[in-house]
Design a binder for this molecule. Structure first.
Ligand code: SAM
Ligand code: SF4
Length: 439
């Protein structure tokens, strides 16, 4: 038995959907009467909201549990530990056996967290990895305080079953939230201080509710007074509907940025990955998006070293990168995940080959990202101020193309400042305010 916790700390790993879930868990615990602790070591309850996507991410959870116990031990404390998120879903009771944690709760059951914490405090087993049909969202408290840029999950799960990926197993089947509930939450976010809303889903553009798709949702949120910017992530090439492409042409608040993972430039590997799009389909799709929004910043995800990937396949990935010119992209070494079809495929790529390919790919992506930033110098655009910078008087914000921009002057968090972009590096630009406050 442990005393019922009065303070909590949530630490989220992995994707933006986990960040969103972590915020909602914090809101739940606040509504339940707990207060947020300044850090994990001083909290009565630590919630680790975990990621299972790659082996490294999973192992990190166990090392983190050890570190939290050690740091708290130095303060003579033994916090209650709850493991939430995709590791909780995938490993369930094994986590309790391996790390002796107090609570285990899956991503579709976290609305039950306060009840599970109470059970653990009473010395009872507290594990819930159910995937109930009824949505957890209805059981969550309404949004109260958020920053200028807020996440909003509109769809969860995935039915695509890419052969390397655990998401369909840990997050469950693809399910879209009701249209009206999302628009209401967007309104609540604006009332709570948001100016930018990023719509989230593992396959956000597969969103559908009674024949209304993501583009309908974007147009509805665009009409909410106070919404200055809309973004969405992550999209799948197969679900890039005409209506969504047209929204990039017509909806002014929809930012010119598209994260569209491709994973590989080789159609042969894409087939083995069960991506159901080829290299040329992907390139044609980007041409269509660029035709309606020529300034769009493109982003993607890549996996190197998928089983059977040859030098020629990898050369196809490098040539695709050259053809697209990404403004930003994420790249990973293939990590076999237990239970996925790729984990038992032949043709393992040696570690040193994988390392060399990742290095070459990241060099090319870095080159293109820097080139995109350099090409932005001299552009005038609005920057949404998100936080203070490290230097006195410095502020950090985002351009429409999701570049980090630092600027000096008399600004405040949530301001949209019209700037001229200058001084580009790989990861940021300097902005010179030319009109103090816009929009
Ligand atoms: N649904 C999105 C899509 O299909 O593009 C992305 C979801 S996943 C959380 C984010 C990225 O992790 C994927 O795009 C992929 O590049 C990477 N990823 C997923 N499984 C992986 C694995 N087994 N090994 C390495 N990277 C992986
Ligand atoms: Fe995973 Fe593929 Fe679904 Fe993306 S589309 S979440 S990579 S299975």
């Amino acid at each position: 038995m442990k005393p019922a916790p009065k303070t909590f700390h949530v630490k989220s790993f992995g994707c933006q959907m986990n960040v969103y879930d972590g915020e909602r868990m914090a809101e739940l615990m606040t509504a339940d009467g707990m207060t947020a602790a300044v850090d994990a070591a001083s909290a009565d309850l630590v919630v680790l909201n975990t990621c299972h996507i790659r082996e490294k991410a999973t192992e990190k959870v166990y090392s983190d549990i050890g570190r939290i116990r050690k740091d708290a031990g130095k303060l003579d404390r033994a916090p209650m530990i709850a493991v939430a998120g995709c590791v909780a879903q995938a490993e369930g009771a094994e986590i309790v056996a391996r790390a002796k944690v107090d609570v285990v709760v899956g991503p579709q059951a976290y609305h039950n967290l306060p009840g599970l914490v109470a059970k653990a405090a009473a010395g009872e087993a507290a594990l819930d990895t159910d995937m109930p049909l009824a949505s957890k969202f209805g059981a969550l408290p309404s949004r109260r305080r958020v920053g200028p840029s807020a996440f909003l999950t509109v769809a969860e799960g995935c039915d695509k079953f890419c052969t390397y990926c655990v998401v369909p197993y840990t997050r469950g089947a693809e399910i879209s939230r009701p249209f009206a509930a999302i628009v209401d939450e967007a309104r609540a976010l604006v009332d709570a201080g948001a100016r930018e809303i990023t719509l989230l889903g593992q396959n956000v553009n597969a969103y559908v509710d009674e024949n209304r798709g993501l583009h309908d949702l974007i147009r509805a949120i665009d009409r909410i007074p106070g919404v200055a910017r809309i973004r969405y992530t992550t999209s799948h090439p197969n679900d890039m509907a005409d209506g969504l492409i047209e929204a990039h042409r017509d909806v002014e608040t929809l930012m010119p940025y598209l994260h569209l993972p491709v994973q590989s430039g080789s159609t042969r590997i894409l087939r083995a990955m069960n991506r159901s799009h080829g290299r040329d389909d992907y390139l044609r799709l980007l041409d269509r998006v660029r035709a309606v929004r020529p300034d769009i910043a493109l982003s993607g995800d890549f996996i190197v070293g998928f089983p059977g990937e040859t030098d020629a396949d990898f050369a196809d990935t490098m040539s695709l990168v050259d053809a697209v010119g990404y403004a930003q992209a994420f790249s990973f070494k293939y990590s076999p995940r237990p239970g996925t079809p790729a984990a038992t495929m032949e043709g393992e790529v040696p570690a040193e080959v994988m390392d060399a390919r990742l290095q070459a790919l990241q060099a090319a992506l870095g080159r293109d990202q820097k080139a995109f930033n350099v090409a932005s110098v001299g552009r005038t655009c609005a920057v949404l101020v998100e936080r203070r910078g490290k230097l006195p008087g410095q502020w950090l914000g985002k351009s429409p193309w999701l570049q980090s921009v630092h600027l000096l002057g008399d600004h405040a968090i949530g301001d949209l400042v019209t700037v001229e972009l200058g001084d580009a590096t790989l990861s940021s630009l300097a902005g010179r305010a030319i009109v103090a406050k816009a929009a």
